[in-house]
Design a protein around this ligand. Structure first.
Ligand code: OGA
Ligand code: MN
Length: 319
């Protein structure tokens, strides 16, 4: 039986059924999934029974898997190896974390609107998050459609945003999320990575905002002005009409296009319920400025050089 695609909203989220992602997919099923993905940007695959390997294998059909997620060696070791982000509230032994654990404080920033890995020079293209266990109350993930948000901007704002470059940095969102344990050295080491504020998704040709809590400034714009603009855009892009809230079921695999969506995790009683979620992230084809042919200002060349030699630019784990 061929896969079936059921719109959850008319333009943003769809559920994909009659497919078993643990097995190699017939070419026509993969093509149908891709075409639904470019159209909707968030796909839900319910009832999937996946090993880590099968999760990775499915992800690989969309591009290169991001790896090297742990570079801050004071952090807890990943339960799953460096091709996975552990998005759960569990420690290395699989027990619910302690109230004052570093991981808990570190992952609190997942509750801010963001897109994955935009603080890397080559950002995340898509993410595939798999739910092994979920809390009975709370813990939804919200998604917002930044293409629809872009479409709703007036012409003057669109003209103002064209070719503006946002500066993305993991330390920015961590600080905003209340993480207080970076050393000054770690903050200084954290690279500001350039990404366009408005980009085009090649497969659909649609323009989209590209925002995140990681963005701390805009190239060549005074801080006061950029802070105001970013705040205004964030408020615009996260209005309810652009947002879908996903209530998880066990064994859901949800994939989203990081180039044109933001997401955030919602509260739950994380000291009481285990929420065991793991994520595979697929890297984009390149930096968003480079892909659009926008010349990088000289100030970012250090970030480019770091990316070229494969050095990560900041503590990049788990986000
Ligand atoms: C993620 C993420 C939010 C959540 O996996 O990238 O931000 O609801 N998750 O767990
Ligand atoms: Mn995320």
């Amino acid at each position: 039986m061929a896969i079936t695609v059921h719109p959850v909203t008319s333009t943003f989220v769809a559920e994909v059924c009659d497919v078993d992602l643990s097995k190699p997919l017939p070419a026509e099923d993969l093509a149908a999934i891709k075409s639904a993905f470019w159209k909707y940007a968030v796909l839900i695959f319910p009832g999937q029974e996946l090993t880590q390997q099968q999760h990775l294998d499915f992800g690989r059909q969309f591009g290169r898997v991001e790896s090297g997620r742990i570079v801050d060696n004071t952090q807890q070791k990943s339960r799953f190896g460096n091709e996975f982000s552990d998005v759960s509230n569990l420690d290395a032994e699989g027990r619910i974390w302690e109230a004052d654990s570093r991981q808990r404080e570190y992952k609190a920033a997942n509750r801010l609107w963001h897109t994955d890995s935009s603080f890397r020079f080559t950002p995340g293209m898509c993410s595939l998050l798999y739910a092994r266990s979920i809390p009975p109350v709370g813990g939804q993930t919200e998604f917002t459609d930044e293409r629809a948000a872009y479409d709703a901007l007036d012409a003057a704002t669109r003209a103002r945003l064209a070719e503006l470059i946002g500066e993305h940095c993991l330390a920015t969102s961590r600080r905003l999320g209340g993480f207080s344990r970076f050393t000054d050295e770690e903050y200084q080491r954290a690279e500001r990575v350039p990404q366009l504020l408005v980009r085009t998704v090649p497969e659909s040709g649609r323009k989209t905002l590209y925002l995140a809590a990681h963005v701390g400034g805009i190239y060549d714009m005074p801080e006061k002005e950029s802070a105001g603009l970013l705040q205004q855009l964030m408020a615009h892009a996260t209005q309810r009409q652009f947002v879908h809230s996903h209530r998880w079921r066990e064994k859901d695999l949800v994939m989203w296009d990081n180039r044109c969506t933001m997401h955030r995790g919602m509260e739950y009683d994380d000291l009481r319920w285990a929420r065991d979620m793991r994520r595979v992230t697929i890297a984009d084809a390149g930096n968003s400025c480079e892909l659009a042919g926008v010349k990088l200002p000289a100030r970012y060349l250090a970030a480019v050089a770091a990316a070229v030699v494969g050095k990560t630019t900041a503590p990049t784990a788990e986000y």
